[in-house]
Design a protein around this ligand. Structure first.
Ligand SMILES: CC(=O)N[C@H]1[C@@H](OP(=O)(O)OP(=O)(O)OC[C@H]2O[C@@H](n3ccc(=O)[nH]c3=O)[C@H](O)[C@@H]2O)O[C@H](CO)[C@H](O)[C@@H]1O
Ligand SMILES: [Mn+2]
Length: 324
């Protein structure tokens, strides 16, 4: 039997070279002997515990399967009956993803809540007719075609800013921005709601921050200095109170326009501005990579549920200017 006394529990994950590893310093109890017969008493050993963090170091919940009761949390939010907006772009060939996205969202995304899907497209006739649940609807909005995929992904910030000002502000309490090349596979419920919720990028949640693909050029408005950063968040799913999201999408839009004036495009387009904003304006909830996985990657043991997964796609074929 191992008796251990915890003498220091390091919760500041940024101190470690891997934030999923918590260091617990332990003092072994008197009667423990090493194999060579020497007592381990007074020997301080360090045990590294690999575990899932459920709280950020600014005390925001980190949401994983098992950290909430789905029935209770839905019931709590349902009493408020919020109006939810989902903004997706389906420009050029990306309209082909709408059917799978919408049909699966109807099965899993905040079921029984009021949801409006705002679909921004240059190709209205290709928006499929989908049977929607009660209180759920689709609004289709026109946007111009583009010749570069980089322009499309960045333009999401511009169109969302304009549409919130013109329309969505009067129609929604919460807003989610999402990639359309995604399929829901499991429950995505009210546990995701907060003033500002962001999702950990599946590729970086076990990496030290100096490996994050932040914008590192000091000339860009998305610049994050070395040795700064909490997490790397994906731009493929994020959401929150309408006004909080408005501030954030507008920030990304305005900053990217500033960069464009100086002939700079942030390394991961809007995702780079999003990450900069969230470093200095902490999200009030962080969602685990369960909330956005990818069919490109195997699902590791620590991801017990895949709620949304990005589809494998032929980048060269589907994007106007090809490329990754
Ligand atoms: C998992 C993840 O982190 N995804 C990000 C990554 O995406 P991806 O490589 O998944 O980018 P993507 O090609 O899915 O583009 C993002 C979204 O923009 C829309 N779209 C894009 C191109 C186009 O021709 N038509 C169109 O409608 C569509 O809604 C799509 O889902 O990098 C992008 C920027 O570089 C965005 O930050 C994505 O959120
Ligand atoms: Mn995508």
């Amino acid at each position: 039997l191992l008796h251990i006394l915890v003498i220091k529990h390091s919760l500041n994950h940024c101190d470690t070279d891997n934030k999923w590893c918590q260091i617990i310093k332990v003092q072994t109890s008197k009667n423990m002997k090493r194999k060579d017969g020497r007592s381990l008493f007074d020997t301080c050993v360090e045990i590294r515990l690999w575990c899932m963090l459920v709280l950020t170091n600014w005390n925001a919940p980190l949401v994983w399967e098992g950290t909430f009761d789905p029935v209770v949390i839905d019931a709590i939010y349902k009493r408020l009956d919020p109006r939810l907006a989902v903004v997706v772009l389906a420009v050029g060939k990306y309209t082909r993803f709408l059917k799978g996205f919408l049909e699966s969202a109807e099965k899993y995304f905040l079921v029984d809540f009021r949801v409006t899907y705002y679909i921004f497209t240059d190709n209205k006739q290709d928006v499929p007719k989908i049977e929607l649940g009660t209180g759920r609807k689709i609004t289709v909005l026109d946007v111009p075609s583009a010749t570069r995929w980089q322009d499309v992904v960045l333009s999401r910030m511009k169109w969302a800013t304009i549409a919130i000002d013109n329309q969505i502000r009067n129609e929604a309490d919460y807003l989610f921005m999402m990639d359309v090349d995604s399929v829901f596979h499991s429950r995505f419920g009210a546990e995701s709601l907060s003033p500002l919720s962001a999702v950990l990028h599946r590729g970086y949640y076990k990496k030290y921050r100096n490996y994050f693909p932040y914008e590192r050029r000091g000339t860009s408005k998305a610049y994050i200095p070395p040795d700064e950063g909490d997490y790397y968040y994906t731009a493929a799913v994020w959401g929150g109170y309408l006004e909080e999201m408005y501030k954030l999408v507008k920030y990304c839009y305005v900053q990217s326009e500033e960069d464009a004036k100086n002939n700079i495009e942030a390394v991961w387009q809007e995702e780079s501005y999003l990450n900069r904003y969230l470093l200095y304006n902490k999200p009030t909830k962080v969602l685990s990579p369960e909330y956005l996985w990818s069919d490109y990657d195997q699902v590791p043991a620590d991801i017990r549920v895949v709620r949304i997964s990005q589809l494998v796609k032929n980048y060269a074929e589907v994007r106007p200017n090809g490329g990754q």
